[in-house]
Write a protein of this length. Sequence first.
Length: 479
Amino acid sequence: MTKTNHDFTLFQWGEAEKTLQKIMPIMVEEQMNVANIDIINPLPEDKQQDIKDIPFLEEPRSADEVIQDMRDLVYKYRTMQNNPKFFSFIPLALSPISVVGETINAFYSPYGGSHTLSQGMAVAEKRLLNWMGKQVGYPVKELGGLFVSGGSMANLTASIVARDEKLKDTELYKGTVYVSDQTHSSVAKGIRVMGIPNANIRKVKTNERFQIIPEDLKRQIEQDKKDGYIPFLIVGTAGTTNTGTIDPLHQLADISEAYDMWLHIDGAYGASALLSSHRELLDGIERSDSISWDGHKWLFQSYGCAVVICKDRQAMARTFNENPEYLTDIKSDDSNINFWDMGIELTAPARGMRLWYTLQRVGLKEMRRAIDVGFDNAAYFETLFKQEDYFEIVSPAQLSIVNIRYTDKHHSEEELNQINHKLSEMATERNDAIYYTTTLNGKTVLRFCTINPLLTKEGVEDVVANLKKDIAALGLVKL
Ligand SMILES: *Cc1c(COP(=O)(O)O)cnc(C)c1O
């Protein structure tokens, strides 16, 4: 028996257990009730001061006291993004199963960076990455991937690989990247971070369905080549954040092949459709070189779980590892992958284990059913909105997003924009359903993203009924 030093509060598992046993039922109760409380909870000024006034002392405080502060002052003042009637951004559809997986992983805290230190974790995560890559349609034997903190890091990681595969160091300032006017802002941010000038990012126009226009893309590439640029990367989106639009994947693949460019597909939000009953929507995604796919969006994971997958793991390793022997090693066999050779981070948590646990625990059938609900609810919203002439469907239900607005013939465009703003504010004021506005084709619209499978049909009906009441309350129509 090794004698251990028990002097430290820091290192007492028994105390940790007691604390968790005490706090766990309270936290579970809170989460179970999240659909029945205010969604938005701004931090009042006095409470803000209270947080600032909590000193860092020489002496310890009791767990009870500190946790009380955390609950009453810190966590209480957050937007309950996991309320099923929070429809903005991409909501947090937090599954308790994912929390269990993350908690178990936190206990063991395996070193996520290397195979050497955590062989079991490395093999399990690589198996999961292979499986996800297989859903994309990539050849499993060659693919590489990595769990990262989110879609932004996934997009950045893939873009760096694209840069290194397609450009020489001396050509950086000539390299051009092609996105659409609907591409997520994290893409351009990543491109700048990796040293490509802002001016070399081409925002290609989208059509009436908010898809990138392939002809315009091609024309822009041709023009850039004529002007001495080196087009090297196309970023398509499978599920835009605004409208759920999927870019024409086959056409993007044709163009990237014709010009020997890298094709990255940002599926941070939409790639989860691969596991739904609507997989065919993503046909062609298998022709891309890399994809991003968030676990913390439509796979119901807690924040900090996403993947980047490259069709060719050697390309990832060429970028993030300098050792030629290693490259030969992993060519034939991926069983001893060190994740630190596949991306930017060295020490990292095993971000994928919660998803591994989730898929094992609930099975694919349930995942499919949970994702399908998101499709169904967006479609149901659209059906209900279509019943009134004063609703314009600005973008129909695509994946789990629908965009609409109130419209009539008596108000100017500017006035209509203000009215729709007002309608969003009225819901926020009631604080039982949150749908913020976004701008599409210069119009202010109400955006609904329905990935949370806890939302019921009745819930959808209630939201539409309240919106209609708001419209009546503004004197715009009679109910
Ligand atoms: C959310 C999102 C991102 C960014 O992902 P994070 O996980 O927030 O970093 C990128 N692209 C798309 C399409 C997204 O919806």
